[in-house]
Design a protein around this ligand. Structure first.
Ligand code: ADP
Ligand code: MG
Length: 350
């Protein structure tokens, strides 16, 4: 059982505050992804949980034990870093066995665990090779195998796939998902790659400027962003936003359209819609087409609506050219609203 609880954790480096009052609970065996742009505090938070960095305030609990005063090795965790840190002068076998030997496990058990995890990561044929002779992808597998061999309650991974080329990253992502889904570990996985986050996570914590903006399932953060930032960070292309105004009758003017808005909201809101949530039909948003990009399965159309950039992902059978005027009808159940002052989502009362 390794539930992780982060309570009111903050971290300053001198005058710079890298983390602001983080509260986060990760369930036993959950796969949690910390997602955010470079510099938002992901690594700092992970290092505080690992014990490689101490928080300026707050508490960290793992498996019901307060650990923020304990050294890393007493926390029951394994870490996989971006620069995999495998020892080039050791064989793959010895790399995977490294932590097990430190723990002074019996020889037979070391061998057994190394062979099992190597098989899991498809590197059993490389066990006698020196790690310095391996490709990046193979070394990365060794790093993951070494972490798994420890049979930790918690695995922390910091951008473990970011040094791999695109194809290998996809392959390793699928493998990691398979391997970790079958294990009993609680995982925290740091990435700036939203597709990786969506594909791996049970839940995603979206971070911005040292804060967690939303922690929810991939579908939830995608469909119901808690803040404008989440809608614009997740999704490629991102959510579209248009300023909306109301006379107080519950109807909002959005680029010439008249739409039902949330009840009891102010005179100004932001209307939001994802690019794939519109159809070409009469009576919609008037969009001036600027760029048309056929992507095979769909066509990405970049337009101007109300003087701002606006993107639609449309059926690739449609004949659309730059200079066309389109009428884009938003799917009513996919429309979202945000408060322009706070950037928070304004729910539509149902
Ligand atoms: N040891 C440190 N000293 C000073 N500033 C740091 C230190 N570690 C991280 N920072 C700063 O804290 C912020 C968050 O860093 P980090 O957690 O590494 O971000 P991320 O992993 O999301 O890219 C950055 O602005 C970074 O420059
Ligand atoms: Mg980092």
């Amino acid at each position: 059982m390794a539930e992780i609880v982060v309570k009111n954790v903050a971290k300053s480096f001198g005058a710079f505050q890298a983390l602001h009052s983080i509260d986060l609970t990760i369930a036993d065996q959950e796969f949690m992804v910390l997602l955010g742009a470079s510099g938002c505090g992901k690594t700092t938070l992970l290092r505080i949980i690992a014990g490689l960095e101490s928080p300026s305030q707050g508490e960290v609990w793992i498996g019901g034990r307060r650990v923020d005063q304990l050294p890393p090795r007493q926390r029951g965790i394994s870490m996989v870093f971006q620069n995999y840190a495998v020892f080039p002068h050791l064989t793959v076998f010895e790399n995977i066995a490294f932590g097990l030997r430190m723990k002074k496990l019996p020889q037979a058990e070391v061998r057994d665990r190394v062979e099992r995890t190597a098989e899991l990561m498809h590197i059993e044929q490389l066990l006698q090779r020196y790690s310095g002779q391996l490709s990046g992808g193979q070394r990365q597998r060794v790093a993951v195998a070494r972490a798994l061999a420890m049979e930790p309650d918690v695995i922390l991974m910091d951008e473990p796939l970011s040094n791999l080329d695109a194809l290998l990253r996809l392959e390793m992502r699928a493998e990691l998902k398979g391997v970790l889904a079958g294990s009993k570990t609680t995982t925290i996985y740091v990435t700036h790659d939203q597709v990786e986050a969506m594909s791996l996570a049970d839940r995603i914590s979206v971070m911005n400027g040292g804060r967690i903006v939303q922690a929810a399932s991939p579908v939830e953060v995608y469909r119901n962003p808690a803040a404008r930032f989440v809608g614009s960070f997740i999704g490629n292309p991102p959510m579209n936003f248009i300023a909306a105004t109301s006379d107080g009758d519950g109807r909002y003017r959005v680029a010439g359209l008249d739409l039902d808005g949330p009840a009891a909201a102010g005179p100004r809101l932001e209307f939001a819609i994802r690019p794939e949530d519109m159809t070409v039909a009469p009576g919609g948003l008037r969009a001036a087409v600027r760029v048309v990009e056929p992507l095979g399965a769909h066509t990405l159309v970049t337009c101007e609506v109300d003087g701002a950039v606006f993107r639609a992902v449309l059926d690739s059978d449609l004949r659309i050219a730059p200079g066309d005027e389109l009428s884009l009808v938003p799917k009513p159940d996919r429309i979202r609203w945000f408060d322009p002052e706070t950037s928070s989502a304004v729910p539509v009362a149902s």
